[in-house]
Design a binder for this molecule. Structure first.
Ligand code: DGT
Ligand code: CA
Ligand code: CA
Ligand code: ZN
Length: 581
């Protein structure tokens, strides 16, 4: 974690603790300061070295008092006032407030009434029916808390793929330049593109493991070393754990296969090897057909593969399996039959149907977002700013008149744009599936994305199906409304949703924002199975976000999607044909 992140986290904790004590105004000031510190592009320790506390106070929303606390943290590693607050109120406030529906004041009440200090205490109190007895709480709240504790606990253990990938990329680039490194790859859930990861696994092939471990430990991205040996090491970096393993080049492929997982995929693969008279492990594939005791050691029998991953799968009589498919969901049988799906890749995409501008809450102007789509290489883009309606707070959404005015502006720019520009909207879905935009405007627009933004608890199937059935709706946006590690979103009966989508020619979005990844890959697989069409959209709120599409592409690949399953793999003409159906 950088010092900016560490200081921001402490300011947020102070905000929560002050709020729990009933202090007015200050908590929000601390939260605004925390946001600014986290977003500040210059390292706060550098500001301090060069200009002292005054330089820190120059950051937006950071006044003298908060700058003094940041300086205190840089000097001593602690903040005295925070330590005192922790002592007075000894609860794990960040863990507890991570539970949806539990805020600082709730934490205070439950501590005073029941002595709840930790997530375990909270879960036990809810399970024992004690929370409903506390004044101001009811059975419903208690049930919600119990349901959300498990989610919060999991969220504490896992990080977002979208945050880990840039860090892993920098580390890989560093190793690629190192003379002792023969090959380097990420492994584990990060290589399989799971939306959240427990840790970052990195594998290096080298004849000089010690030099590689040394280079790793001295990488400037390392915060602290957890453990280090001669051929492996684990460190903390920007809040992530990174596990490095170094293996001999002739075993790199076998190690990469093993450490990519998943565990279930590996177990099934090893059983297949045994049935073939082979032994598969992280060191290689060995022919043990004539051997009395194949378990006598790790490298028993004749090595038949190990240097490359393709060689490993080949020795097992199967096609190489893309990491995204390695979840033991039938990929092994299909690879053995030479019948794996032809997964789509990022280059198969021709456009984006869900992009925001500064007409609603985006950063870019219409012109900037259109030019960035062209620069990205798209053949078409559809502007989908927020409409007013359920879930839109703070005047973000456009009303019908504003949408009509934007439509004129889009048509004007479209006439001179180098790519095809469609006029769309992101309408909100009401509690019963109603659409928050008037029929006249809907009829004039080219693409209507409808998304749920409010009331995301419980089962959402009925309201989503109602939206899908609306004749003007073309795309169901981020269908469950989940936010990874923050809120679970709707439960859905994906078969019913997909059947309705297939019947009414509504595309189901894979929202590629790495905080969402919604639909999730298991939904994608079910949707395709039911004959529905999916569409991969970035939901870009800035020109730089077009690049997020890769997270959606890999989510689609985890759902076994081929180009024919994906609406925006079609050219502009094919898209128009779908929209007119
Ligand atoms: P994560 O980090 O929780 O998101 O998930 P992974 O899949 O990255 O798991 P991790 O980091 O514990 O281990 C990396 C890979 O190593 C894992 O995907 C498969 C392999 N592996 C680890 N432990 C075992 C094991 O006990 N048996 C087998 N067959 N493979 C294992
Ligand atoms: Ca891992
Ligand atoms: Ca690991
Ligand atoms: Zn959006």
């Amino acid at each position: 974690m950088s010092d900016n992140d560490a200081i921001a986290a402490r300011l947020e904790e102070m905000a929560d603790r002050l709020e729990a004590e009933g202090v007015q105004y200050k908590p929000n000031a601390y939260r605004r300061a925390a946001d600014s510190v986290r977003a500040h592009t210059v390292a706060i320790e550098r500001l301090y070295e060069e200009g002292g506390e005054d330089a820190i106070a120059e950051i937006d929303d950071v006044g003298e008092a908060i700058a003094a606390k940041a300086a205190e943290f840089l000097e001593t590693g602690t903040i005295g006032e925070l330590a005192a607050l922790r002592e007075e109120f000894p609860v794990e406030i960040e863990a507890l407030t991570a539970v949806e529906g539990v805020g600082p004041k709730t934490v205070r009440s439950l501590y005073d009434a029941l002595g709840v200090e930790t997530l375990d205490d909270l879960e036990a109190a809810a399970a024992a029916g004690e929370i409903r007895e506390v004044s101001g709480f009811g059975e419903k709240t208690e049930a919600n808390i119990l349901e959300n504790v498990a989610f919060a606990r999991e969220a504490q253990r896992r990080s977002l793929l979208g945050e880990a990938r840039p860090l892993a990329g920098r580390l890989i680039a560093r190793f690629e330049d190192h003379e002792a490194v023969a090959s380097v790859e990420t492994a584990g859930s990060l290589r399989r593109w799971r939306p959240t990861i427990g840790d970052v696994d990195v594998l290096v092939g080298s004849d000089d493991a010690e030099a590689v471990v040394d280079a790793f430990e001295s990488w400037d991205g390392v915060g602290s070393v957890i453990e280090a040996g001669t051929s492996k090491a684990s460190v903390r970096s920007e809040g992530f754990r990174i596990d490095l393993r170094v293996v001999a080049p002739e075993e790199f492929g076998a190690a990469l296969q093993y450490f990519t997982g998943s565990k279930d995929h590996n177990v099934a693969l090893r059983n297949r090897a045994i049935a073939m008279g082979l032994k598969l492990n992280e060191y290689g594939v060995f022919d043990v057909s004539g051997i009395d005791d194949p378990d006598a050691g790790q490298r028993v029998g004749e090595r038949v593969a190990g240097g490359t991953e393709r060689g490993v799968y080949d020795a097992l009589g199967m096609d190489w399996i893309p990491p995204e498919l390695r979840e033991n969901r039938g990929e092994i049988e299909r690879a053995a039959d030479g019948d794996l799906p032809e997964l789509l890749t990022a280059t198969d995409l021709n456009g984006d149907l869900h992009v925001h501008t500064d007409y609603s809450d985006g950063d870019g102007t219409l012109r900037e977002m259109i030019e960035a789509a062209a620069a990205y290489g798209h053949e078409y883009v559809s502007i989908a700013d927020h409409a007013t309606g359920p879930g839109m707070v703070g005047g973000v959404g456009l009303d019908d008149a504003e949408l009509a005015a934007q439509l004129d502006a889009i048509r004007e720019l479209a006439a001179e744009a180098p790519i095809e520009v469609l006029a769309g909207v992101e309408a909100n879905i009401g509690a019963d599936g109603e659409i928050s935009v008037g029929e006249a405007v809907l009829a004039d627009l080219d693409v209507v994305v409808a998304s749920p933004h409010s009331g995301l608890d419980g089962d959402g199937t009925d309201r989503l199906v109602a939206a899908i059935e609306h004749p003007e709706v073309d795309v169901l946006g981020h269908p469950t409304g989940r936010l990874l590690n923050r809120r679970p979103g709707h439960d859905i009966d994906i078969e019913r949703v997909a059947d309705a989508a297939a019947e009414h020619d509504t595309a189901l979005e894979i929202n590629a924002d790495p905080r969402r990844l919604d639909l999730r890959s298991s939904h994608v697989a079910a949707a395709i199975e039911a004959g529905a069409t999916v569409v991969i959209n970035t939901d870009a709120h800035a020109a730089s976000a077009y690049d997020h599409v890769r997270f959606g592409v890999h989510t689609a690949r985890r759902g076994w999607a081929e180009p024919a399953d994906v609406l925006n793999c079609r050219d502009a003409e094919g898209l128009r044909a779908f929209l007119e159906r």
